[in-house]
Design a protein around this ligand. Structure first.
Ligand SMILES: [Cu+2]
Length: 379
C-alpha cells in the first residue's frame, strides 16, 4: 500500500532509513538544471508551487520541505490518478520529481505534510501538446511496450490467484487460504506503482487497519490476513473475499487502457524501493502473517522489470549506470535468497536485527542509482 496511508510511526522509521540515502539525493539535486525546475515550498499547512501553468512535456518539480513533518508531493490527473509522486521528504530536504505529462488539461498538485490525507491541493494547468521525445533506435518506445507487457502478465496472474485465495477463504479452509495469501499478493506487489495509481482502489485492496481514511471500511488483503491469522474466520469474511475479487477485477480492466511513459517506469522503479524501505523493512505490511519477505521480493522484482525494460535506453545515455544497477540488484537478491524457505520465505519476525540491517542497507544502496534513472531517461 502507498506510504501516504501508512502510520506516522512507519514514516518516522522510514525517515531514519532515508537519512542514509539523503546525501545521494542531494547530490542529484545540485547538478540539476535549476532553470526549468518548478520550485515547490512544502510547509506544514501550505504548498506553494512557483507556477501553476506549464507546457505539456517533461515537468520537473523541485520540492523543498520547509515544514516540521515528513512530507510528500503528488501530481494528480483526471479521476485522481497519480501521475507522479515523491515520498518521504524529511524536513529541510529537497527532492525532485520528473513527470512526463503528455496531455493538456487541469491537473492538481498536492503536498501531504505528515504523509496522509488528501493533501493541500492546487490546480495546475497544462497546455499544448508534448512533442515526441527524441528516441534514437526506438529504445524508449520499446521500454514502455515491454514493461506494459510485464504489467499485463502480472495482472493476468493476479486475478486468478486472488480468486483461488478468495475461494479458500469462503470455504473456510484456513490453512489453504494462508498458503495462497502471499502468492496472490506477489502479483499485486510487483506492479504496485501502477496498481496504486488508482487512488480509490488501493486502500480497498491493500489498506491497513490503522491508516485508513475516515469512514473507510477495513477491507481487502490485510483485513483477510487478520481474519486468518488473528481472529479466525468471521461472519463477513466471505463477503470481504468476494469484494476483493471484484476490486481486483476492476483494477485489471482499468490497467488495460493505461498509458505509460519511460519516466513513469523509472519513477515506478524507485517507488517500489521506497515501498520496501517504508513498509517491508519495518515488518508493517504483513503484520499478522509476517510474510513480508514475499512482498519485499515482489517489489524488487517489479523494480528490476522496469529497469530491465529501460536498460538499452539507459545505456545509450549513461554508459556506466547499468553496471551499477546490475551489481546492486544482484547484491539485494543475494541477501533475499538467504531467507528463502521452500517455495517462499522465512517469517519476517524470524530475522535477526543484523539481517534486517543488512537488507535495509542493500535497499538504500540500490535506491541511490535507481533514483538517477528518471533524470537519465528524460534527457
Ligand atoms: Cu502495499
Amino acid at each position: 500500500m502507498n506510504v501516504s496511508h501508512k502510520s506516522i510511526a512507519a514514516a518516522t522509521a522510514a525517515a531514519l532509513l532515508l537519512l542514509l540515502a539523503a546525501c545521494g539525493e542531494q547530490e542529484g539535486a545540485a547538478d540539476a538544471d535549476a532553470s526549468d525546475a518548478i520550485a515547490v515550498k512544502a510547509g506544514d499547512s501550505s504548498c506553494e508551487v512557483a507556477t501553476t501553468t506549464a507546457k505539456a512535456g517533461k515537468l520537473t518539480f523541485e520540492v523543498t520541505n520547509e515544514g516540521s513533518k515528513v512530507t510528500e508531493f503528488y501530481l494528480y490527473g483526471e479521476g485522481d490518478r497519480i501521475m507522479g509522486e515523491v515520498e518521504n521528504i524529511s524536513p529541510g530536504l529537497t527532492r525532485r520529481l520528473i513527470v512526463d505529462v503528455r496531455r493538456a488539461g487541469t491537473y492538481q498538485t498536492a503536498c501531504k505534510p505528515g504523509m496522509r490525507g488528501e493533501g493541500i491541493r492546487g490546480d495546475f494547468e497544462v497546455t499544448g501538446q508534448a512533442g515526441a521525445q527524441q528516441d534514437r533506435g526506438g529504445h524508449l518506445a520499446a521500454a514502455t511496450r515491454s514493461y506494459k507487457a510485464y504489467v499485463d502478465a502480472e495482472v493476468e496472474k493476479l486475478v486468478p490467484r486472488t480468486k483461488e485465495f478468495a475461494e479458500a477463504v469462503k470455504a473456510g479452509d484456513v490453512e489453504r487460504a494462508k498458503s495462497l495469501f502471499p502468492v496472490a499478493r506477489t502479483h499485486w506487489e510487483r506492479i504496485e506503482p501502477v496498481a496504486e495509481s488508482f487512488a480509490d482502489l488501493d486502500p480497498k485492496i491493500d489498506g491497513r487497519e490503522d491508516v485508513l481514511g475516515e469512514g473507510m471500511a477495513f477491507t481487502g488483503f490485510h483485513r483477510l490476513e487478520k481474519d486468518l491469522w488473528v481472529s479466525g474466520p468471521r461472519p463477513d469474511s466471505a463477503r470481504i473475499a468476494e469484494q476483493l475479487v471484484a476490486d481486483v477485477e476492476e483494477l485489471a480492466s482499468r490497467t488495460r487502457g493505461i498509458e505509460l511513459t519511460p519516466v513513469a517506469l523509472a519513477n515506478g522503479a524507485k517507488e517500489l524501493l521506497d515501498e520496501v524501505a517504508t513498509g517491508k523493512i519495518t515488518g508493517e505490511e504483513d503484520r499478522y502473517s509476517h510474510t513480508d519477505l514475499w512482498d519485499f521480493q515482489a517489489n524488487v522484482d517489479g523494480s528490476k522489470a522496469a529497469i530491465d525494460a529501460l536498460r538499452p535506453a539507459i545505456l545509450q545515455r549513461d554508459a556506466r549506470l547499468p553496471a551499477t544497477l546490475d551489481t546492486r540488484f544482484a547484491e539485494l537478491n543475494r541477501l533475499l535468497d538467504k531467507h528463502r524457505d521452500g517455495d517462499g520465505f522465512r517469517r519476517y519476525t524470524d530475522l535477526s536485527r543484523q539481517e534486517v540491517r543488512e537488507l535495509a542497507s542493500a535497499v538504500d544502496a540500490l535506491g541511490e542509482p535507481v533514483s538517477k534513472v528518471a533524470e537519465v531517461v528524460a534527457s
